[in-house]
Write a protein that binds this ligand. Structure first.
Ligand SMILES: *[C@@H]1O[C@H](CO)[C@@H](O)[C@H](O)[C@H]1NC(C)=O
Ligand SMILES: *[C@@H]1O[C@H](CO)[C@@H](O)[C@H](O)[C@H]1NC(C)=O
Ligand SMILES: *[C@@H]1O[C@H](CO)[C@@H](O)[C@H](O)[C@H]1NC(C)=O
Ligand SMILES: *[C@@H]1O[C@H](CO)[C@@H](O)[C@H](O)[C@H]1NC(C)=O
Ligand SMILES: *[C@@H]1O[C@H](CO)[C@@H](O)[C@H](O)[C@H]1NC(C)=O
Ligand SMILES: *[C@@H]1O[C@H](CO)[C@@H](O)[C@H](O)[C@H]1NC(C)=O
Ligand SMILES: *[C@@H]1O[C@H](CO)[C@@H](O)[C@H](O)[C@H]1NC(C)=O
Ligand SMILES: *[C@@H]1O[C@H](CO)[C@@H](O)[C@H](O)[C@H]1NC(C)=O
Length: 404
């Protein structure tokens, strides 16, 4: 463990790490660590440093819990589906083609865990860091105050096949109506790929909409995303960067659009892999340099539900944005006690197909296998070099516009 040395490094970077004795509140009886601000309450668990609750008022002043999860921390590791609910995928988020990559001419093989074939029975690729990626492990709580929590993890050399030790700190803070997070990771011994994200499943109605239990009527706007990463049948990047033509299925840049608006378009077929209708795509976020990602109004994504009126504006220093439309959900994942409708046969207390959206700020997916994209500075880290840093602000407001 290099925690002390790394904490000194973090101190030098002046990160918002409070002293260890500021652990003021322990977890509640469900293993949840709560933080609060005037407009938000959020709860986190050590498993995957995951967000487990996010409570915000809707346009009628009713509190809604707008992220999917389980009622208690102990169940996250038990549920067999493990859809990466609210956690930090790591050490390398999204997919790695053929579970291999090269650094300085040396080849590395990492744990394959998706798309098994006869030739590759464990999987044709690696998703979210392997079978025992970061969001299958319990992080350590470094500090916990009323409005902030910091988790840490030490990922050993060789774990899941990745070279070198990585030490990471994940800090979540709430203020007013904003959830901020900062993820820092240090490669302490060898050069290694690092790409993190937050994998929260959103339903801005708290799964309590009595007209529809899907998010197809949520409106999404990606003002900087005229391009996306081209992928094959199993969602592995081909290397092509594609234009999202105005009016096409993947156009969310020219104007805000409902998630369901283009799904009857023939082009939507196969958009998220073989026989898949929906979104599981990586949009590039292309801003004119220089830019300040925190500047008011410069959100990279805006999601709005006309039913609750809740609007989420996402600000980030990251240059890609993945959206997954929960087409893989089929009513087997249960809602939490804080969500959904009771005694309404039309709306069982489970998450249906298209019942949620995963929104992931990150870098260009599988950039480690596409040197031609020039992402090495953002994805390969080594001892003595800059740390990996991801920052984002999720700003909540009420927008009473009806759907367009
Ligand atoms: C935790 O939550 C799961 C899923 O909701 C439930 O089955 C289980 O009984 C709960 N366990 C405890 C200890 O509350
Ligand atoms: C993680 O912590 C939970 C309690 O929050 C516990 O039930 C579980 O066994 C732990 N899992 C691992 C892999 O240590
Ligand atoms: C896939 O990876 C293996 C090593 O794990 C390597 O032998 C093989 O050439 C790779 N295939 C492709 C198409 O890159
Ligand atoms: C923490 O936040 C809660 C909710 O806003 C508030 O009730 C409580 O007084 C706060 N505690 C401290 C120590 O500030
Ligand atoms: C549906 O939800 C809205 C908003 O909370 C509420 O005003 C309305 O009464 C509900 N309708 C029914 C039929 O429950
Ligand atoms: C969803 O939005 C469409 C407009 O695109 C509207 O016609 C429909 O009534 C809305 N449905 C619900 C359940 O809100
Ligand atoms: C629903 O999805 C889960 C998780 O992917 C899967 O295990 C289950 O077999 C599916 N059930 C049906 C009826 O498709
Ligand atoms: C409210 O949401 C609609 C889309 O649902 C969007 O067109 C509009 O710009 C938003 N208004 C504000 C003030 O954020």
């Amino acid at each position: 463990m290099r925690l002390n040395a790394s904490l000194a490094v973090l101190g030098a970077l002046s990160l918002p790490i409070a002293s260890a004795d500021s652990t003021t509140n322990g977890p509640d009886e469900n293993g949840l660590y709560w933080i609060h601000s005037e407009g938000l309450s959020a709860a986190f668990i050590t498993y995957g440093a995951s967000i487990s609750r996010l409570l915000v008022n809707d346009q009628y002043g009713i509190k809604r819990d707008i992220v999917a999860g389980f009622d208690n921390a102990s169940y996250y590791g038990i549920d067999g589906q493990h859809p990466h609910l609210g956690g930090v995928p790591g050490r390398y988020a999204n997919r790695i083609q053929n579970s291999t990559f090269q650094i300085d001419g040396a080849s590395f093989s990492v744990d394959p865990n998706e798309n098994p074939t006869e030739a590759a029975p464990k999987g044709a690729n690696t998703l979210h860091g392997g079978h025992d990626g970061w969001d299958y492990r319990n992080f350590t709580v470094v500090s916990h105050t009323n409005d902030s929590i910091t988790f840490s993890i030490v990922d050993p050399d060789g774990k899941e096949g990745f070279p070198g030790e990585v030490v990471s700190y994940i800090t979540y803070t709430v203020r007013d109506h904003t959830w901020d997070f900062k993820m820092v990771a240090l490669a302490t011994t060898k050069k290694t790929p690092i790409m993190l994200s937050s994998h929260a499943y959103w339903n801005l109605d708290g799964f309590a909409n009595n007209d529809t239990n899907t998010v197809l009527n949520h409106t999404l706007y990606l003002p900087y995303s005229g391009q996306r990463v081209g992928v094959d049948n199993i969602l592995i990047p081909t290397g092509d960067i594609l234009a999202n033509k105005k009016g096409s299925v993947n156009d969310f840049w020219s104007a805000p659009k409902q998630i369901g608006a283009s799904l009857n378009d023939p082009e939507a077929e196969g958009n998220c892999g073989l026989d898949c209708i929906g979104y599981d795509n990586c949009w590039l976020v292309t801003r004119e340099n220089p830019y300040n990602w925190r500047d008011e109004g410069n959100y990279i994504a805006r999601l709005h539900s006309p039913w609750s009126g809740i609007q989420l504006d996402i600000y980030s220093d990251q240059e890609a944005f993945q959206v997954y439309s929960c087409h893989g959900q089929n009513g087997t994942l249960t809602l939490k006690e804080t969500q959904g409708l009771n005694d309404n046969p039309d709306f069982p207390r489970t998450i249906p197909k298209y019942g949620c959206l995963v929104l992931e700020v990150e870098d260009w997916i599988d950039g480690i296998n596409h040197p031609e994209w020039g992402r090495a500075d953002k994805q390969i880290f080594g001892p003595g070099g800059d740390p990996y840093v991801l920052q984002a602000s999720y700003v909540f407001s009420i927008n009473t516009t009806a759907s367009s």
